[in-house]
Design a protein around this ligand. Sequence first.
Ligand code: CMX
Length: 474
Amino acid sequence: MASALRLSNAALRPALASASSPARSIAFNGLRAYSSAQPKSLKDTFADNLPREIEKIKTLRKGYGSKVVGEVTLDQVYGGARGIKSLVWEGSVLDSEEGIRFRGRTIPECQEVLPKAEGGQEPLPEGLFWLLLTGEVPSEAQVRALSAEWAARAEIPSFVKELIDRCPSDLHPMAQFSMAVTALEHESAFAKAYAKGMKKSEYWAHTFEDSMDVIAKLPTIAAQIYRNVYKDGKVAPVQKDKDYSFNFANQLGFSSNKDFLELMRLYLTIHTDHEGGNVSAHTTHLVGSALSSPMLSLAAGLNGLAGPLHGLANQEVLNWLQKMKAGVGSDLSDKSITDYLWSTLKSGQVVPGYGHAVLRKTDPRYMAQRDFALKHLPDDEMFKLVSQVYNIAPGVLTEHGKTKNPFPNVDAHSGVLLQYYGLTEASFYTVLFGVSRAIGVLPQLIIDRAVGAPIERPKSFSTEAWAKLVGATL
Ligand code: CMX
């Protein structure tokens, strides 16, 4: 940390200069603002702010480094580290009552201030990436330039496509996704520079380049998996003058519906980041702390996202709703839904899409999707069913008495929106979540490398050793 803290802007420049920025020179057709004057790039914005950010941490630690910030009980140790304050995560903070804020802004505020596609109403995820990394709301021109940069970097190496093509179609899409992201390691600028020998001050610029590359390539990878498993295996080429979500939807085969494009922009924005302690964010950060490349760090996080208690819940929710529909037939009365909820609970399963480790209210990400549904598909049968479950499940879960939060989370709603537009293959849903999550967790990895965050190594004890520590005789 100490050496990183001494960095100045001047020290950062060589790292910037050595890292290529392929999209800088490309023209972005049809867009106004920067044909004559290029807007300040994301990398330059981050580099210019970095000395100030490093100074803040230095001042905080110098003045308050020995301040006690919390107590830890034995229950927390055995209870999944719930509530233990031990991580630094700059992009977002999750309040148990209010929900997520990205750099201090709620989801509705982000919907308001972040740049949109022409004629669109939902924010572009490119803008949220910028906000998470720099703390600043980008201009429209800056976001258009980032769209162009990601489009320019979207092509995947042929061996990665071949790897995906060789997967059996019944290998879960998340396993294929994680494998392909791992294989991108082959392209890692960070790993190559580290092998040659580089200074700590150069870490972040290579991490930035890798993160930009990997985010840019994720839609092509995800679309290849989708088209191989469920369609004809053909993926449309990326259109260099279009935004990230348009290209992703187009590669999946869903670009003809403008509302689906808007859904994609909203979806990819709100699934990005949910502070640092959730499994996918924490894992990416932890693995990254060993200086594994952004590709390997992200792949580790994606493997965590693929668990049913985390991101896979979006797949589980749609399956659960469909099973409910098949089971109760045309009798979708409140009573039959209540009975179905109880049968799920009594069989020892969780109600997917409900509960949360931190939240104690309805997830604002659920509300953002509900608002979208009310606007675009108010009469859809499945949406009505989701709304009915929303009215009933909190009461049942409260009566059941186990979960600390009986309200829905983000995963309770997303599948129903996707199926409305024809993306019905629920086993693919977590891949969409993963594309978005990369946009949320990689900014912190860049920041970690820029501020010289150390390798993580919390202390563990055996049960016997804990007993000794608390004075218990077992
Ligand atoms: N249905 C039934 N039981 C539930 C429940 C639910 N939806 N949510 C929590 N519980 C149970 C827990 O399993 C736990 O039971 P045990 O004491 O028998 O182990 C008890 O209630 C207490 O759990 P908690 O402290 O309220 O919740 P946790 O922090 O342990 O777990 C979560 C949080 C999300 C894993 C849990 O609520 C859950 O399993 N929900 C369903 C799966 C889901 O929707 N996951 C997605 C979360 C969002 C995301 O990451 O994408």
